[in-house]
Write a protein that binds this ligand. Sequence first.
Ligand SMILES: [Zn+2]
Length: 268
Amino acid sequence: MNFSLYLITFVFGTIVGSFFNVCISRLPAGASVIFPASHCPSCQQRLSPLDLVPVLSFFLLRGRCRYCQAKISARYPLVEMVTGFLFVGLVLAFPVDKAALSFVFNVIFVSFLILITFIDLEQQLIPDVLILTGFLAAASFYGLKFAWNLPRLDYGFLLWPLFGTVAGYGTMFLVRFIGGIFYKKEVLGEGDVFLAAMIGAFLGWQKVLLSLFLAYLIAAVIALVLLLLKKVNLQSLVPFGPALAVGALVMIFWGEQLISCYLRFIFY
Ligand SMILES: [Zn+2]
């Protein structure tokens, strides 16, 4: 029974998630994610370790600051739980004893997706520093994996992230270009185009194309629901980054199966 492994992974994920919360609050402003120590944004009181227990503190404090009673955003426990559950999912999908390198690679990839999703939802922007470090992480992974399996992999392997980047960037660039002609305004942010390129560097060209397709489906469904609920109108710009991230997540966990289904559908 691996229950204790999953529990430890979940707790570890929530702790990492609480660091992500600091990054989500500070990165868009270009502030340091290390100094100063965590403090309440309303009363500036420095928080004690007891206020910083992932998930639990939020519920024990009933979502309010212990010192000034200001409301704490539900984003804090949400990011912690999402990170915990996704890390457990990764342990299940990429067993550390058999696929250690893929596990580490996907933990890093998922971490970028979580940060970008919540920053885009809150600020409608995707920090360049995340896109650039994401590219660097993907390139180092493919380099490492190539060196690791040197006799078995040929140099073509090193082109995978490059093809993925071109496929992600190219598709989104076209959508942005054609959409601009039809709607006479920006239909996609520049950040979304670069995010798709970064996702391509991680996933390779096949999976990134399918992930973009899924992202458009997800975005269309969400936009339709929001329109019906009258939360947005046709002129609103809804952040697309989170849909791209969810499309990529689906490909991380079920990409191989989806591609083989897709190929069978085409060729039989
Ligand atoms: Zn406070």
